[in-house]
Design a protein around this ligand. Sequence first.
Ligand SMILES: Cc1cc2nc3c(=O)[nH]c(=O)nc-3n(C[C@H](O)[C@H](O)[C@H](O)COP(=O)(O)O)c2cc1C
Length: 192
Amino acid sequence: MDMMELLKTRRTYRRFEQKPVSKEILDDILEATRLSSSAANKQPLTYIVINEPAKVDEVFQYTTWAGQLPKELGWPKENEKPVLFIAVIENTDISPAYCDTDAGIALANMTMAAWAHGVGSCIIGACNKVKLSEMFGLKETQKLHSVVAFGYPTHKSTIVDQGEDGSLNYYVDEKVDYYVKKRKLSDTVTYY
Ligand SMILES: Cc1cc2nc3c(=O)[nH]c(=O)nc-3n(C[C@H](O)[C@H](O)[C@H](O)COP(=O)(O)O)c2cc1C
């Protein structure tokens, strides 16, 4: 896949095959993440990999999916759940500055590297950070930024233009394939 095709198709996926992600692919995802740019090159982020099925289930119970859809459409069912999570941790003792920007870049690298192997992902900010931080045994100086769910997707997701009504809500069709609205280029760019 060329880069533009990768960027177009690397969407958020929320239903997955029950097939593990290999160690080789996981290592590639982590390596791509390690290489991310970082403010002042402080690299305050660390990562927790959750890939044992019982532990993936534990993390799953503290995650929230597809806020713009009814639960029966947006949440993965038992046989559609992710097979891997990676938690992104901000280590504020290394640097409290720009952690959120660093995390955004790391999330982009991570999800792109996964998608280059056909592994889909869903970045999850809406998770129970108190419970998950306890579970992971995070220290006072560590803050959970997000968890990312991974797996081989079983649905499609297509980009469409923002509609005339101005809504940016994503929606699904009768096959529960996703359509994700993006603002038009002409609405987001001006030339000075
Ligand atoms: C910082 C961040 C947090 C997100 N949190 C959630 C979440 O908690 N649950 C979820 O289902 N999707 C979550 N998403 C996925 C967004 O809903 C998704 O990116 C958006 O609908 C656009 O779809 P796309 O990624 O295919 O472009 C999150 C995305 C980002 C970037």
